[in-house]
Design a protein around this ligand. Structure first.
Ligand code: DP6
Length: 355
């Protein structure tokens, strides 16, 4: 590859969404998390991002053209993405010399109410990291995915965790070597086999826009009366979850993950001003999951992000029982009976490699 080719081309990545088991909620300046978080990377809910790029040394600020589903990108997505690229330019000034045409689409319907910032920001970060790497701008000894995670974090904190398959940790903790507030690290070396084959049924209670963004929610944690306690609790739960993921204890997994989800919403309800994202159907689903577990003894677990939709996590060996339960008991609580049959995934995939 000659120098000219390296600076002109097209790159495409598919990057999945992720579901947090220990939640990132609250941050400091510079996208530094208040406490470390752990997530499971999904498979079918992904963003595909294609970036065409060309270099001109006389260009002093990158030119960015954004498209979403072949249409000019909607305003909020365009603002968030352009801000992200401008932030990256401050860290990697070489980026200023590029014209970038970005085409993005999500595998999941916009109306599914799935947070798309983790998948979209990680997909774009992977494309930009590839462009910088091809242009010789990343140190030869740098870890590509770590750099992409570092970049993705600047677009959206949860996106830092999406660059790896399986389980990821973002945030410094003495419990995991090489962990950092600036990028996520993969956790897969020690995960017990029972947690390697997991399904995530995303039960779509409402596809409406959230009344408050995650970024606004994080900001409210700064003066929250429970902030100190929450940081301590997240650290303790993280320690317990790491142990559970190692030992394969499904009952303990359920206890920790469900408490985390409820804590997230309790923190929202006790913010000032308070906000409330759960719907009556969310509560109905949670109760049915608890009762199903009590009757069948099957290790099903719920978690919820910053919205009303429920993620039902389950070992794939019980897939038949769980899909039967969803069809008969849970679908009626979903908007248009909609749910997404997702599960643990192997991480991002590079699609086109044209230079
Ligand atoms: C509730 O990553 O969307 O999903 O960094 O401001 O973009 P920003 O926030 P974002 O927050 C995600 C919050 C969460 C929990 C989690 O994914 O850990």
């Amino acid at each position: 590859m000659n120098q000219q080719q390296a600076f002109l081309g097209k790159i495409s990545w598919r990057s999945p969404s992720n579901i947090a088991l220990i939640k990132y909620w609250g941050k400091k300046a510079g996208q530094i998390p208040a406490s470390p978080s752990i997530s499971m990377t999904l498979s079918k809910s992904f963003t595909q991002c294609t970036v065409s790029y060309d270099f001109h040394s006389a260009r002093l600020r990158s030119e960015v053209n954004l498209f979403f589903n072949h249409q000019p990108a909607p305003e909020n997505f365009a603002i968030k993405t352009t801000d992200f690229i401008r932030t990256l330019e401050t860290v990697f000034p070489f980026l200023c010399h590029f014209r970038l045409t970005v085409h993005t689409f999500n595998s999941f319907p916009h109306s599914a109410g799935i947070a798309s910032s983790a998948s979209s920001m990680s997909a774009l970060a992977l494309c930009i990291a590839t462009i910088l790497s091809r242009s010789g701008q990343l140190p030869a000894d740098s870890d590509f995915f770590r750099t992409a995670s570092f970049m993705a974090r600047l677009g959206s904190g949860s996106a830092a965790r999406s660059v790896y398959g399986g389980y990821s940790l973002w945030g410094k903790t003495p419990l995991v070597e090489n962990s950092s507030d600036k990028y996520a690290v993969p956790l897969n070396d020690f995960i017990h086999p029972v947690f390697r084959e997991y399904g995530d049924a995303i039960l779509v209670v409402s596809s409406g826009t959230k009344e408050i963004s995650s970024s606004a929610g994080h900001a409210m944690m700064q003066n929250h009366s429970y902030s100190e306690g929450r940081i301590r609790q997240a650290g303790e739960r993280l320690e317990r979850l790491l142990q559970v993921l190692k030992e394969g204890k499904e009952q303990k997994f359920t206890d920790i993950v469900e408490n985390e989800a409820l804590t997230l919403h309790a923190l929202m309800m006790s913010s000032e001003p308070a906000f409330f994202l759960l719907q009556p159907e969310t509560i109905a689903i949670l109760k049915k999951i608890k009762s199903f577990r009590a009757h069948t003894n099957l290790p099903v677990t719920f978690t919820i992000d910053a919205g009303p939709n429920v993620h039902l996590l389950y070992p794939l060996r019980y897939r038949k029982e769980i899909t039967g339960f969803i069809a008969s008991e849970l679908e009626p609580h979903c908007e248009n009976r909609q749910w997404i049959d997702d599960g643990i995934g192997s991480g991002p995939e590079q699609l086109i490699d044209e230079v």
